[in-house]
Design a protein around this ligand. Structure first.
Ligand code: HEC
Length: 255
């Protein structure tokens, strides 16, 4: 029995460590884990040292290694492991962390009541998507389809094939491109807000949306007004969402 004392103690110690480290969700803080492990180590040592035969059995494999009664390979492995483990621990402690520091950022800042679109002042509050006027479903479907082409020529690199914000450039940006399937993005915005965001891009965002600079381009420099409204039609249909409207909410009288 005595010759199993060392491997059993080691096994118990490792099992306790694994249980505390990986078995508890949410994880316990490292400092608390360290206190538990110290108590467990002391407990094991007290148990082992309480009986003389057990204690000798515990020390036997250690003595065997240090007195050279095992093969050279085992000796080199054990003696080499000690400085390596210590070095690894020190490295993990001092290794720099490349995560950007956490700073809160307003995702949907208050839009300005007016903004400049291609040299003209536009009133954000009364702005409506002119392409929805008339309510002709066939015409709307055709315009949405044209918006789809515009999307795949301009937006998909960042906002992704499935409009989920995971285009092949997406991971290069901080903040990452908006996921239009997420209920926290365009489905909670009015089309006028989206028009403002698409037209003025990252540079159009007010200070509250910093510190991380948005890579969203200023589309009014690239697309026409109609193209922007068409692509807005598409990002709603393509992501299965609908724009936010106020009319229904305010008493049922539809205009
Ligand atoms: C270079 C990458 C890039 C391209 C290309 C791009 N976007 Fe973006 N877009 C972003 C990033 C990054 C964000 C998130 C930060 C922000 O809100 O500005 C974003 C945000 C948005 C938002 C805001 C959503 C919200 O919930 O606030 C809309 C709308 C949007 N993009 C539409 C478009 C449209 C339409 C196109 C194509 C005409 C397009 N984007 C092309 C990078 C891009």
């Amino acid at each position: 029995m005595a010759k199993w004392t060392f491997p059993l103690s080691l096994g118990l110690w490792l099992a306790a460590f694994a249980g505390l480290k990986f078995g508890i969700r949410p994880p316990i803080p490292a400092s608390v884990l360290m206190i538990y492990m110290m108590l467990i180590s002391v407990g094991i040592l007290v148990f082992v040292a309480a009986d003389e035969k057990r204690f000798r059995g515990f020390l036997a494999p250690l003595k065997a290694v240090f007195e050279g009664r095992v093969s050279t390979v085992v000796q080199i492995l054990v003696i080499g492991a000690i400085p390596l483990l210590l070095a690894g621990g020190v490295y993990l402690r001092i290794a720099p962390d490349y995560d950007s520091p956490f700073e809160p950022r307003v995702v949907h800042p208050e839009p300005p009541s007016q903004f400049v679109f291609k040299g003209q002042r536009i009133d954000q509050l009364t702005l409506k998507n002119p392409l929805r006027e008339g309510g002709d479903a066939a015409k709307l479907a055709k315009l949405t389809n044209e918006g789809k082409t515009i999307y795949y020529q301009n937006c998909f690199y960042c906002h992704g094939d499935a409009l989920a914000g995971d285009g092949h450039f997406s991971q290069a940006f901080h903040p990452i491109p908006a996921n239009f399937r997420d209920v926290g993005t365009i489905s909670m915005l009015q089309e006028s807000y989206v028009f403002w965001r698409v037209s003025t891009g990252g540079p159009g965002l007010p200070k509250g949306a910093t510190p991380w600079n948005s890579a969203m381009p200023v589309w009014q420099n690239i697309l026409t007004e109609e193209e922007i409204w068409k692509v807005i039609l598409f990002i709603y249909t393509g992501s299965g969402s609908t724009p936010r409207t106020w009319e229904e909410a305010s008493g049922g009288t539809k205009h």
